[in-house]
Write a protein that binds this ligand. Structure first.
Ligand SMILES: [Zn+2]
Length: 255
């Protein structure tokens, strides 16, 4: 199957089962402009939302205008998308109790957001200045995270676990370990020690392959690049025996 990294936590998956999207964020502010547009999703059959933050949901109302697929979002995030113009006929409230999208055997799990730590907040405030901080507060209030969900799906006989933020608890990670995941899409953002956190999580989940995402400078100066090399070192420290696959920004990989 073909996996395209849209930048931030966004992906398009193209497989024999069809085409699905996760958390597309195309606007990117002063970040490297995205080559993707609504047209890029013309053949997609469903969009899944991990949580409500602006870098996961901002562009969904616009994308929904030129397409006709269902948008799967947890409670509050779904309600906010509706307020922002997504027709309710397009929205599906995601629950963890059922298979959400049969062709991909898609399931959702209750997850958590990584907790922004003080050094990260301090560094971010230094980069953004007062004006930037005001903008951040606006984005925080307008786009609350709501429920955070992790998704598991199957395509071409492979199990893929998509996490939108790295806040999973130990017991949640042990549940994922039992699932025997082939590919884990690991978010590298939101903490000054995010590579250590993500490496620990990967070592517990034990996927065959880990694919980092969200490490690009998606909305500077709020964001910054996160080193995948450091993540790779931390994986070794934690005794991870699987592979790491780094998909370049806006590029795809056959998995
Ligand atoms: Zn977030």
């Amino acid at each position: 199957m073909d996996l395209t990294w849209l930048g931030t936590a966004g992906f398009i998956v193209k497989s024999k089962e069809g085409e699905i999207i996760f958390d597309p964020f195309l606007s990117r502010g002063k970040g490297e402009p995205s080559p993707f547009t609504t047209k890029s999703f013309e053949n997609s059959q469903a969009l899944f939302v991990g949580h409500g933050h602006f870098d996961h949901t901002y562009d969904i109302p616009e994308i929904s205008k030129g397409t006709d697929f269902k948008i799967f979002a947890p409670g509050l995030t779904g309600s906010i998308l509706k307020l922002r113009g997504v027709p309710s006929s397009r929205l599906v409230h995601t629950t963890t109790k059922e298979v959400l999208f049969k062709s991909f055997k898609m399931r959702a799990f209750h997850s958590s957001h990584v907790k922004f730590d003080f050094p990260l907040v301090l560094e971010t405030v230094k980069r953004c200045g007062i004006k930037g901080c005001m903008q951040m507060c606006g984005l925080g209030l307008g786009y609350p995270k709501g429920l955070v969900q992790t998704y598991l799906f199957e395509a071409e006989g492979k199990k893929i676990l998509y996490m939108s933020s790295a806040g999973a608890s130990k017991s949640e990670l042990l549940e994922y370990q039992k699932l025997e995941v082939d590919y884990f899409l690991a978010p590298l953002q939101g903490h000054s020690s995010i590579q250590e956190i993500a490496a620990k999580q990967t070592a517990i989940i034990k996927p065959k392959v880990v694919i980092p995402h969200h490490h690009d400078d998606f909305f500077p100066p709020l964001s910054q690049n996160i080193s995948v090399e450091v993540f790779s070192e931390k994986l070794k420290d934690h005794g991870f025996h699987g592979k790491i696959l780094e998909i370049p920004l806006f590029k795809n990989s056959q998995i």
